[in-house]
Ligand binder design. Structure first.
Ligand code: GTP
Ligand code: MG
Length: 174
């Protein structure tokens, strides 16, 4: 062997969960299309998008992304999307303590009913709105650490940490 690893094509099923309005659809739109939509519409049911990224050693990772609807009326559908997911990304809005509480609800739900080997990530979105911050970064970090989760703050608006969020998962699967 010349030490060059064989090319691999990996698939990672990922689900986003979290309160309505925290920016789940905007995070996905930013990752998949490099765009931001300030007039983003609430998601109905769920939407599916995929994005393939190339890693250095000619491995590709295809993310199959379920972007769920955060409105309460859709909560009962969530298991359809997190069942079978390798990664669950639980999103809150750093300007909304209520959305941080809701994120904790989703963590507990996944710990109870998700697959035991699902990888959990906690994401504080809208980091660009730091002047209106109501959830200290330390609170997110502490909660994530206690629950064995990844943690990152992002902004779908400025693109801050969006690629880092997804790229962070790739090493887990190869
Ligand atoms: P549901 O589909 O109802 O669950 O909501 P969602 O979590 O998908 O929220 P969505 O992505 O539609 O974003 C809601 C609102 O927040 C929109 O007005 C977005 O433009 C805005 N938004 C999303 N991400 C950011 C961000 O990083 N910064 C700022 N300032 N606004 C954001
Ligand atoms: Mg949405």
């Amino acid at each position: 062997s010349n030490g060059v690893p064989d090319a691999k094509n990996l698939r990672v099923k990922l689900v986003l969960l979290g309160d309505s309005g925290v920016g789940k659809s905007c995070i996905v739109l930013r990752f998949v299309r490099g765009q931001f939509d300030p007039t983003s519409k609430v998601t109905i049911g769920a939407s599916f998008l995929s994005q393939t990224i190339a890693l250095q050693d000619s491995t590709t990772v295809k993310f199959e992304i379920w972007d769920t609807a955060g409105q309460e009326r859709y909560a009962a559908l969530a298991p359809l999307y997190y069942r079978g997911a390798a990664v669950a990304v639980i999103v809150y809005d750093i300007t909304s303590p209520e959305s941080f509480n809701k994120a904790q609800y989703w963590v507990k739900e996944l710990q109870k009913h998700g697959s035991p080997d699902i990888v959990l990530a906690l994401v504080g979105n809208k980091a660009d709105l730091h002047e209106n911050r109501e959830v200290p970064v330390q609170d997110g970090m502490d909660y994530a650490e206690k629950n064995g989760m990844f943690f990152i703050e992002t902004s779908a608006k400025t693109a801050d940490n969006i690629n880092q969020l997804f790229e962070g998962f790739t090493s887990l699967f190869y």
